[in-house]
Design a protein around this ligand. Structure first.
Ligand SMILES: [Zn+2]
Length: 510
């Protein structure tokens, strides 16, 4: 916990230069000041403080007039103590461009760090600060917005203020994640998101896996002649040699099945790219995701989709295949790791061949595969995490507020059926230890138990939005209060947990 001594005591009464004020605040060891937030521009001093669990921006000097807040006199200067409003954020982003999200292009390593509460980014920044990986600090799907009761401006603001608070000047991204509708993509672009993950699952024919060969042929024959004849000329019984030397071959059965499954994805991604991404007139990391389906993406499928998109002029920065095995939320990989390795190697080679990153979704806690991802991509990857960052918040609550944790846990167990509508999980609720019989100090260990992890993972939305008959939140306000009080503990838990992901991905320290 931080000591909450008033930050104003650090300023010497007779100080009269901004540099002296900066030196005083930088040297102060007062918990209410965020030391990394201190900045000086145009003889004005900026820093952030924490007053009664609320973060505020302090601006001292002439630039204070660009901000809205309580006026004060600090030494010889006019100053303002400002709430973290959208207007004040715009003013900060004008003066400090590194607080705006930016695109990173198709090279290097990046990690998506979804933050459902808007409290995790300081810990995420501390995790990536000295590593060769770019953080996508804001990353939310429409589903997550609905479940948490937040909106995109709030998600962006949480990341941007964390970046300023932590003085993180080397860039971060914002991902409009798993967007399915043109209007949602347009909204994210208009708000300044630097990355769009286009979810193509509604344009994938996921029924093909259960069809007979004859039924597949029938569906294939129903496609327009022109499309079929062009694709047959280009792919049927053809083989393609990747830059790595690996050969991708298309046999007749594979080919028809693949065209039936994916041909609408190509039209959809092309339309979004031409209508929204390119007209944005700025760099956008465009990711095409074909992962949220039952049909695993074979290397042939991946090659076909990528080759067709590139021929249509669609510039992709990453593609998210649906890998073999299961990537369930909040737990390790389930499946044949040897098959995963053999296929992932080719997926990585295809991505490399076309010049983009392979993207690993539901990458939270997939410790068994990270070594393989790091090895075959040679550090050119995108890995998305989200729910695990919420689970680390739950771990902190279990550590410092056992009564609140028990209530959340029992509520989660009582609402599993509702939560299972949103997420595919296979855990056994009966394998979760009885929380009423565990001692307080045994509670954090539940976050090392897969069944408990998944139960608390999928119920986050219900927990956050549950209300009593009085109209008050059952848990939300208390969750925020606990995590704001124990910000440093939450940060260190995230550094341990996400740091373990990056260690296994072999992401270099700088
Ligand atoms: Zn996905």
């Amino acid at each position: 916990m931080r000591n909450s001594m008033n930050w104003r005591v650090v300023f010497p009464n007779n100080s009269n230069s901004i540099d002296e004020l900066q030196a005083a605040i930088t040297a102060a060891e007062i918990g209410s000041i965020y030391p990394k937030s201190v900045q000086v521009v145009d003889n004005s001093l900026f820093f952030m403080v924490n007053e009664d669990l609320e973060r505020k921006l302090v601006v001292v000097g002439a630039l204070a007039e660009k901000f809205t807040g309580e006026e004060e006199q600090i030494a010889d200067y006019q100053a303002k103590v400002c709430s973290l409003t959208p207007e004040n954020l715009s003013a900060i982003q004008e003066i400090f461009p590194w607080t705006k999200p930016q695109a990173f292009g198709p090279n290097g390593a990046s990690i998506g760090l979804g933050d459902r509460l808007g409290l995790a980014s300081p810990g995420h920044i501390a995790t990536v600060r000295n590593r060769a990986v770019k953080p996508i600090l804001a990353q939310q799907s429409i589903r997550e917005l609905d479940l948490t009761g937040r909106d995109y401006p709030q998600v962006l603001a949480a990341a941007a203020w964390a970046v300023f608070e932590q003085g993180f000047t080397t860039g971060y991204g914002a991902d409009g994640d798993h967007l399915k509708k043109p209007n949602d993509v347009q909204m994210a672009i208009d708000l300044g998101f630097s990355m769009i993950t286009l979810d193509c699952s509604e344009h994938i024919d996921d029924t093909v896996g259960s069809l007979t060969d004859d039924q597949v042929v029938e569906k294939y024959q129903a496609l327009p002649d022109k499309l079929r004849s062009r694709l047959e000329t280009e792919y049927l019984n053809q083989s393609f040699t990747l830059a790595s030397g690996t050969v991708i071959k298309f046999t007749a059965d594979d080919f028809r099945r693949m065209v039936v499954i994916y041909h609408k994805v190509l039209d959809f991604a092309e339309q979004i790219y031409n209508d929204i991404i390119q007209p944005a007139g700025r760099d956008v990391d465009f990711e095409v995701s074909i992962d949220e389906v039952a049909t695993p993406t074979t290397p042939q499928d991946h090659f076909f989709v990528a080759n067709e998109l590139i021929k249509r002029g669609v510039k992709v920065n990453s593609v998210a295949p649906r890998f073999c095995g299961e990537f369930q939320k909040g737990i390790d990989y389930i499946g044949d790791i040897n098959q995963f390795e053999a296929e992932f190697k080719v997926h990585a080679e295809i991505a490399d061949h076309f010049g983009y990153k392979v993207s690993v979704h539901s990458g939270s806690d997939k410790f068994a595969v990270f070594g393989i991802v790091g090895k075959y991509t040679k550090g050119r990857y995108h890995v998305k995490t989200a729910g695990t960052n919420w689970l680390e918040a739950v771990r902190v609550i279990a550590e410092v507020a056992p009564d609140l944790y028990r209530k959340m846990h029992l509520f989660a167990l009582n609402n599993l059926n509702e939560a299972k509508k949103y997420y595919h999980v296979t855990f056994d609720p009966n394998a979760i230890p009885d929380v009423t019989k565990l001692a307080d100090d045994q509670l954090p260990n539940l976050m090392n138990q897969n069944d408990a992890r998944q139960a608390l993972h999928i119920t986050y939305g219900l927990i956050l939005q549950a209300k009593a008959e009085t109209g008050n939140y059952l848990f939300r306000d208390e969750i925020y209060k606990i995590l704001l009080t124990h910000r440093d503990l939450y940060s260190s838990r995230l550094q341990q947990h996400i740091g373990k992901h990056l260690d296994l991905l072999n992401t270099k320290k700088q």
